[in-house]
Write a protein that binds this ligand. Structure first.
Ligand code: ARG
Length: 700
């Protein structure tokens, strides 16, 4: 298979020749150019953690349904439920503003390693971090001076190289189309992270600009963006072994994680996260089942929690199955042999051992704060009020600073209330507080907190105690009481805030953590960074001829591979495509995850597939798999053939390779893509959105 998340701007020096050998028909300049329009100009950061691509001369965007999910849910109401029923704008007037959603175009990349390291030299730890921030700010502000661009510097190879990325951000984004959730999320969490998969995971948006084609805040008279470049769309279909490449924004990998890190992950971190998410998901789901309004409120947050609940569980299983720990230990032993007598390198793993020994007793505590205590939305919001508390209690805080802090809190509260479901939140609060009591060593509990609960509400081993306690918080807090909150904003005083039961609860846990354990965590992270940087420097020095690619860090990458079937287990082989026949096999009327719209069934019965039909199979191809190297963040990325035409959208990885963040598996790793012909069929036949089809440049 095809490991490697390559930096497009370095392709010429690295893998371009190999890409050509495997089937690429484009020049380097057509893929990535600084002066001329090139393929990279069609690739965007979509929102905060996805990829999208421009597919028409009028700024049309394709991305995944799960990437547009939050925007689709926010645009929906129980009466106009676009999440449930789908949405197709018949004209530009019908497109719906996607609110805060923005997209970013990559303008250029610059290697700033020399500038950064001239200042940082061999600094380590906190000193390095502080200096680094200053240098970064300096370089970025010079680079973007006099423009509307944004710059971000990312350490590559754990800080052995530094790259500056310059972006242009567009803020007027509108929803153009989405299939019904039953199609866009067909198979739900049951099928998530698995092949065979039958999901139409796509949605359509549009970038708007001002009259000069420049970024602007939403305005009714903004016009569709005229992009530098857009992708042609191929409806020729895919064959086994076809060349496939994916441009996009993989969010994070950690392929040089130490064996110590792998062990802590599988032993402690992942099981803790999964256990806590399990609790929260069940409590949310119970309420979501009950009524559509609650479902809409919680849908987006639920999907996000569920996605990585399944991921972390699968990741642990695959890391163990493939003996990744033992592989790492072997690599580290080899490294240590090489490092003998090299002062810079020979003690790295002794130092790793010590750093992990120091931190591991508190790892679970940290996760129980972030995924447990703060897994209650009310508690998380209450915790965010600490900035306000500080403003109110610090002597000499200027009145306008206090006013600003109050306004910010008031605005954040409105946003919080939009998605707040009190019933599930109250139970989550109770369950996570109980779980913290049971699972975290008593010596680490906030002093006096649980005694207080016991004195007022009963035995700390009894679920009911925590239910009573959380009910009291819900009833007593000003956060959930409009008139009391208004009063507080009008006449703010620290005592009202500090004695508020929700705030006091959040504070007790946060202050305990921040006072005693966060400093240890920071120390650990700094040490880990320094060791990782040195280790990777040594690893590259040890094999100077090898072509290296940096870990994913949400910068633009390219991966190339092939359309390919695989065998997950003995005697089983998986085809490289799946079809609508399989959608029908999975169909369960009325089911939460496997239902389908009536119209879909009708079209299938009539075999009304139009020009999107796969002739070989006399059916619609729904999804296909490739050997590409992607991870979360790549969602929505274009899958392109050798001539740079769009053949699909990447939306997932397969279960057998969920260890991919730590180690790429050459045999099992697959990317799951929705076939572009299915996307177009859903728009055209299911949605009747011929207006969108006619905007595209179809290659037949
Ligand atoms: N696993 C996919 C990813 O992280 C997201 C799939 C969303 N669908 C779902 N059923 N949760 O890229």
């Amino acid at each position: 298979a095809d490991e490697g998340m390559w930096l497009p701007y370095l392709l010429g020096q690295q893998v371009y020749n190999d890409m050509v050998k495997k089937g690429l028909k484009l020049t380097k300049e057509q893929l990535y150019s600084i002066n001329k329009a090139s393929l990279k100009d069609a690739i965007i950061i979509f929102g905060g953690g996805c990829t999208g691509e421009i597919v028409s001369s009028q700024g049309l965007i394709f991305t995944n349904h799960h990437c547009g999910y939050d925007a689709i849910a926010s645009a929906s109401s129980v009466a106009n439920n676009y999440l449930k029923d789908g949405f197709y704008a018949r004209s530009k007037q019908e497109e719906i503003s996607a609110g805060k959603l923005s997209v970013q175009f990559l303008v250029r990349v610059e290697d700033v390693t020399k500038q950064v390291t001239d200042t940082l030299k061999d600094l380590n730890g906190q000193e390095r971090l502080s200096q680094q921030q200053a240098v970064f700010n300096n370089i970025v502000s010079q680079a973007v001076a006099g423009t509307n661009y944004e710059g971000r510097i990312l350490p590559m190879f754990r800080g052995n190289q530094y790259l500056l990325f310059i972006y242009e951000r567009y803020k007027d984004i509108r929803l153009v189309a989405a299939p019904p959730e039953s199609v866009g999320k067909f198979g739900g969490d049951t099928d998530n992270w698995e092949w065979p998969r039958h999901t139409g995971d796509f949605s359509v948006f549009r970038v708007y600009a001002d009259k000069d084609n420049k970024p602007a805040e939403y305005a009714a008279d903004n016009v569709p963006l005229k992009p530098k470049y857009f992708l042609p769309v191929s409806i020729k279909g895919v064959k086994e072994n076809d060349y496939a490449m994916i441009f996009g924004y993989p969010g994070g990998t950690n392929r040089y994680e130490s064996s110590y890190g792998v062990k802590l992950k599988t032993d402690v971190e992942n099981p803790a996260i999964v256990g806590l998410r399990d609790v929260r998901l069940k409590l949310m789901f119970e309420q979501m089942k009950k009524d559509p309004a609650t479902k809409l409120k919680l849908a987006s947050s639920y999907a996000g929690i569920a996605n990585y609940w399944k991921f972390f569980d699968g990741e642990t299983k695959q890391l163990l199955k493939y003996h990744v720990l033992e592989d790492k230990q072997q690599q580290e032993a080899d490294f240590e042999k090489w490092a003998q007598g090299k002062a810079e390198y020979q003690n790295i793993f002794k130092d790793y051992a010590q750093a992990y020994k120091d931190w591991s007793p508190y790892t679970k505590h940290r996760i129980y704060i972030n995924e447990g205590i703060l897994g209650s939305p009310l508690t998380a919001f209450a915790a965010s009020l600490q900035a306000l508390e500080k403003a109110l209690t610090q002597p000499g805080t200027p009145a306008d600073v206090i006013q600003k802090s109050l306004q910010a809190a008031d605005k954040a509260r409105s946003a919080f209330l939009q998605e707040e479901d009190k019933r599930s939140d109250q139970l989550i609060m109770a369950a996570t507080c109980h779980k913290f009591y049971t699972d975290i060593p008593q010596a680490q509990h906030p002093i006096g907190f649980y005694d207080g609960v016991k004195a007022k509400f009963g035995s700390l081993d009894d679920d009911n105690t925590y239910r009573l306690w959380s009910t009291a918080i819900m009833n007593g807090t000003i956060i959930l009481n409009d008139s009391k909150w208004k009063d507080f904003i009008a006449h703010p005083d620290a005592v009202t805030l500090q004695t508020d039961p929700a705030f006091a609860y959040a504070s007790a846990f946060i202050k305990n953590y921040a006072g005693k354990y966060l400093p240890l965590y920071n120390q650990f992270m700094l040490k880990n960074n320094d060791l990782g940087r040195t280790y990777l420097k040594g690893v590259m020095e040890k094999e100077p001829a090898k072509k290296w690619y940096p870990d994913a860090n949400f910068s633009m990458r390219l991966t190339y591979g092939q359309v390919k079937s695989y065998s997950p287990r003995d005697a089983i082989s998986y085809d490289y495509v799946c079809t609508m026949k399989g959608v029908m096999e999975k169909y369960k009327p009325g089911d939460y995850e496997f239902d389908l719209p009536e119209k879909y069934m009708d079209l299938y019965k009539k075999k009304d597939f139009g020009q999107y039909k796969d002739l070989k199979r006399n059916d619609m191809v729904v999804c296909f798999i490739t050997t590409n190297d992607i991870t979360g963040g790549n969602s929505g990325s274009p899958v392109l053939n050798g001539t740079g035409e769009l053949i699909g959208l990447a939306f997932d990885g397969n279960y057998e390779a969920l260890s991919h963040k730590i180690q790429f598996d050459q045999v099992y790793n697959r990317t799951i893509c929705v076939d572009i012909r299915y996307v177009l069929w859903c728009l055209d036949k299911l949605g009747g959105a011929t207006n969108i089809i006619s905007e595209l440049k179809l290659m037949k």
